[in-house]
Write a protein that binds this ligand. Sequence first.
Ligand code: UDP
Ligand code: MG
Length: 319
Amino acid sequence: MAGDTRLAIIIPCYNEELVLSDTVNTLINVIDDLVNKNKISENSYIYLIDDGSKDTTWNIIEMFREKYGEKIKGTKFIRNYGNQKALIAGLTGAKEIGCDCVVSIDADLQQDENAIETFIDEFHKGAEIVSGIRNDRKTDSFFKKYTAIGFYKVMNILGVKIPQNHSDFRLVSRKGLEVLSHYPESGLFLRGFFHEIGLKTSYVNFNVKPRMAGCSKYNFFSLMSLALNGITSFSIVPLRIIAAIGVLTILGSIIFSVDVVLEKILFDNAPSGYATLAILLAFFGGLQLFCLGIIGEYVGQIFHEVKNRPRYIIEKEIK
Ligand code: UDP
Ligand code: MG
């Protein structure tokens, strides 16, 4: 029955003291409304994962626990591990606590919380995954907008068909959580993962709002790191491109050598040119370092995975 559905809303939080109270109050209202409409059960809850915040985020979580009891649950990481790890902790924790489906949403509520109702409707119609698709990127900075568009283009060229404009605003069913629990890799890129596993997926469009307060927790380096992790954990096409460049270079150099030898034999014309040599040397030196860098990214992935360290360490929990 629809009204029996136990929903967990998980929220990764990193230094979100400025927005968290508003967010929790809004989401409590969303839950109450869905309970009144008999779409979810009364024991649905909000699960906040404090990703090693240095401000009063955890105190706010404790304060809400006092106020709303079991409706609020929380986990605090010992340090900052990044939004993907916080989301994985939320999904894993919600599976342990018990739920029929989980919706992940950002602490700044940039994603439209009213879309959660449509997510639940899609879940009741049989979807195991419901991915939120943002209608536009008007709230993004110029830099973020174009790096994001570029990222999805590159991913598509590399054969990873993740939907464009999907962030981590999604519903995952218990079955999806079960599948996730069989993937121990520490650098899991959730957007790619939930798209790849092949469970029945629906897409719901939503409007993006500007951040209520505070600032984005992503900078140039963390965005690049997320993008590189996404690419190297889902595609080995870059390695094949390197091999293809190698083969093309060898073919080119064979043609060039034959040309040099023939010119010498037929016309006694030995090629000269310091500039040509210097340019070729610099070009191929650069190309080799670039290719090594790409291989290095994969070696880095292996390095992190092979050590098999825990994804995160939990300092405190209220469940
Ligand atoms: N976040 C996190 N750990 C981090 C960075 C971000 O848990 O190291 C959370 C953050 O609190 C928010 C969500 O991830 O709930 C998205 O972050 P933000 O809104 O800063 O990203 P943006 O909307 O600018 O992409
Ligand atoms: Mg945001």
